[in-house]
Design a binder for this molecule. Structure first.
Ligand code: UGA
Length: 432
């Protein structure tokens, strides 16, 4: 099938390359000319395992362009995958989606289908359909097809999703979109567009709520002497609950959870429904990061002014170079405000001139980061850190405090190296 994907961020790019891999002819469009230049060279402008290789294998199925032009008329299905960042009220900013609708509506032929991949509040599909009708002069059906891929496993998530959700009222349009994914072995759920739009927010909010609940429990565990990893394991073995997303740690970040929680809350407010659980999940996340930073500050005591603190990991999670809403940024700000000097290292994430990371010095490697450090904080659980020799860290550090913000290190090895090991919600493993 002839397909176009407008917006080549994480979601759009993985979708474009994935659809090319399924044998479709894909036109990928993004207004960022430097991004298009990188793609035209056969490279990938972000860190995502396997994506570059997949692009190389299916290169002849993909074309890239920096504008919506007349080639779009060939497309039978057009995916909208542009960003929907939070606006001032926390609500999703839909201006890019509506701009694309105007541009696309002016070029599409009768019979084409527009699919919304971007995460958008309930009712957006109907608004896009109205724009298309006005601009094109005829009806163009809009199908909601939310994306559930996670960074770091995005291609695998595209190829083997848990489910494919299609929301709309035009059965023919829904079948055309379902046909595009015929090569993907996943259940297809067909529903009204509003339910599909809300499903995306509901999934992300449910996952974030689980994490925040475990993070709150971890603070209770620290007070009562329980181990949050044991509690999580026990709870997760109940088949009605399941084990995923129960890891307490340094809080959640990324371009999705924080933004989608605010957008869902704002949607609720607009409709007179206060989503207190969602609100609490956001607040608990802020509190968790503060709590971790405060523990480091308290442990350094008077010496925090001028202390050197090493951050291991900057990306919001392993497997990505994405720094958006990363916990490392929040910790950095609190530590700098307390007078510490902070040095960080990440295998792939590079803050560049990102203001959130201003004041951070970058080290050459994980060992260089701990040279002369008074405290070490593991923020992102990259494998790179799990194989570092604690004895070597101990030799290089000036102090002896190690905070394992993701419960990822082996406590015995670190305490055995003479370091004071601190973790999240497991007080019995901590050493003085
Ligand atoms: C998330 C969802 O998992 C995807 O299904 C969704 O498609 C995507 O948002 C999106 O809306 O585009 P992503 O943000 O890439 O994917 O990352 P996750 O793997 O969900 O991790 C989010 C954050 O939660 C990370 O900071 C991670 O460290 C944290 N986390 C995750 C925990 O603190 N504990 C856990 O048990 C799991």
């Amino acid at each position: 099938m002839q397909v176009a994907v407008i917006g080549l961020g994480y979601v759009g790019l993985v979708l474009a390359v994935g659809l090319g891999g399924l044998g479709h002819q894909v036109l990928g469009v993004d207004a960022d000319s430097s991004r298009i230049a990188v793609l035209a060279r056969g490279e990938i402008p972000l860190h995502e395992p396997g994506l570059a290789e997949h692009l190389a294998r299916h290169r002849d199925h993909l074309r890239f362009s920096e504008r919506v032009d007349d080639r779009l008329a060939e497309a039978q299905v057009v995916f909208v995958a542009v960003g929907t960042p939070p606006g001032v009220t926390g609500d999703a900013d839909l201006s890019a989606v509506f701009r694309v609708a105007e541009a696309v509506g002016a070029r599409l032929r009768r019979g084409a289908v527009v699919v919304i991949k971007s995460t958008v509040p309930v009712g957006t599909g109907a608004r896009v359909e109205a724009i298309l009708r006005r601009v094109a002069g005829f009806s163009i059906p809009v199908v909601s097809n939310p994306e559930f891929l996670a960074e770091g496993s995005a291609l695998a998530d595209f190829q083997r999703p848990d489910r494919i959700i299609l929301g709309g009222s035009d059965a023919g349009a829904m079948e055309r979109v379902a046909g595009l994914f015929a090569g993907v072995g996943a259940p297809v759920l067909r529903m009204d567009r509003e339910s599909a739009e809300l499903s995306k927010y509901a999934s992300n909010a449910m996952l974030a709520v689980r994490i925040s609940f475990m993070n709150e429990l971890s603070r209770l565990c620290e007070q009562v002497g329980a181990d949050v990893t044991k509690v999580g394991e026990s709870v997760g073995l109940d088949h009605r609950i399941g084990p995923a997303f129960l890891r307490a740690g340094a809080g959640f970040g990324g371009s999705c959870f924080p933004k989608d929680l605010s957008a869902l809350e704002a949607l609720g407010m607009r409709h007179g429904v206060r989503l207190g659980v969602v609100e609490a999940a956001s607040l608990a996340n802020v509190a968790q990061r503060r709590h971790l930073a405060q523990r480091v500050i308290d442990a350094l005591g008077e010496g925090v002014r001028g202390a050197r603190v090493a951050l291991w990991g900057l990306a919001f999670k392993p497997g990505t170079d994405d720094l958006r809403e990363a916990s490392a940024g929040a910790l950095l700000r609190d530590l700098i405000a307390a007078g510490a000097e902070v040095v960080g290292w990440d295998p792939v994430a590079r803050p560049g001139d990102d203001p959130v990371f201003s004041g951070l010095s970058l080290a050459e490697g994980p060992l260089e980061a701990v040279d002369g450090a008074d405290a070490l904080v593991l923020v992102t659980e990259w494998d790179h850190f799990l194989t570092v020799d604690p004895e070597e860290v101990s030799r290089r550090m000036r102090g002896d405090l190690v905070f394992d913000g993701r419960n990822a290190l082996k406590p015995d090895a670190w305490t055995g190296a003479g370091l004071r090991y601190r973790c999240v919600g497991r007080p019995a493993l901590e050493t003085e």
